[in-house]
Design a protein around this ligand. Sequence first.
Ligand SMILES: *Cc1c(COP(=O)(O)O)cnc(C)c1O
Length: 478
Amino acid sequence: MEKLLNELPSSDVAAYTIKSDIKIDVKVPEHLKRSISLGLPSITENNLLRHFTNLSRKNYALSTVFYPLGSCTMKHNPLINERIVKSEAFNSIHPYQPTESLQGAFEIMYGLEKDLCELTGMDYFSLQQAAGAHGEFAGLLVIAKYFKSIKQSRTKIIIPDSAHGTNPASASLAGFEIISLKSESDGTVLPEKLKKILTSEVAAVMLTVPNTLGTFEKNILEISKIVHKNGSLLYYDGANLNAVMGIVKPGHMGFDVMHINLHKTFSAPHGGGGPGSGPIGVKSFLEPFIPIPRIEKNKSKFTLNYKKSESIGRLKSFFGNFHVILKAYIYIKALGGKGLVSVSEQAVLNANYMLARLRNKVDIPAGDRCMHEFVLSPKSLFRDNIKTLDVAKRLLDYNYYAPTIYFPLIVEEAIMIEPTETESKETLDTFIDILSKILFDEIIKEPQKIKEAPINTTVCRLNEVEAARNPILKWKKQ
Ligand SMILES: *Cc1c(COP(=O)(O)O)cnc(C)c1O
């Protein structure tokens, strides 16, 4: 961009003032200028309003439907937090302001780092990363840098096959080779199996606790011992912290590095591609390696420290997604320690209530108990070539967002349900009633309807392959 700007003759066509003392004049070359009108539709305000309101009604959102999307923690987020974030005080600041005038924002970020340490038992946090996968990438770069600093060549990462797909993707992007570990049917890891594949080349073992089947890793302390004895580190995928807040801390379980998805547990929605935030936490021996700049507190003043020679560097512009960070801070302060514990307790209770209603009727590979979510495998109920995809589509007809399906990969025909703590018993009951109607009644009586579903929605069943390969993206009717 800078090169392009330099090549253009300076004139007064457009002037961008980036900083008050830098002025760049840009002249758009004649041949790049539009010669015909863009032909934008002209429309009255009320018609425009109707258009967007009607579009929004065609959308699925938590404000209109139950959204039991496993692994995504689609909980209701307090509206007051949105209002605070939009207030003038937070919306009118800019990261290029002098640091003296950003003290309030730094205080919040510094405070959130400390709160996350308290919540997780880690020693330091960095808030810069923009998503869970970005946090994983950062954490793995920290691990790589650490081993380089102690002159050990460790190039492999062990990841159970029940893990989220971002785990192996991040490890590969960070330059590691992945060793896949076959997990047990409930997604947990057998210490003896892990022991067999741990070699001096293994840098870290990445675990999700509770795992993607909603089971707590009951042998975690033994696993931690085995991993550390081997000189390797333990990474905690804390994308879904909703089950464990104030109940158990990754730092106490022996984890050295972790990430959290603020946009799942802490008051920013996941799903739909909005801005996220994936803070990473580390034990103190890894602090020199985390991203810069670090916010430091000297007496009552906050400063930015860029001079950390061993840091993996900067991973995102400015200071991360400040609004998501701010919402997490408000959420934690508003609920307090006890409030966070009750969030987790209620989330686990709600999931177990739903599981209990389906127990003995549908196969649940991880058994009778779960943490914040559970996974069904309704394969034995299927006939007439009906699949999990069809059941998910049929749920749309009843005005539900479909649960996560075909994940984790180790469960055949998986349906992954995460109700979250913010749903009422009535909502959970009606959803289970409808799911049961589809699974136990409609599959037998109306299989064709399920194969064709959704039939009540604005857009009916799509050919998903065709839609992905040959998207029709045009706004003008031809
Ligand atoms: C959501 C999730 C991730 C990835 O987070 P993104 O913000 O989508 O990158 C990683 N691991 C688990 C277990 C998750 O649920």
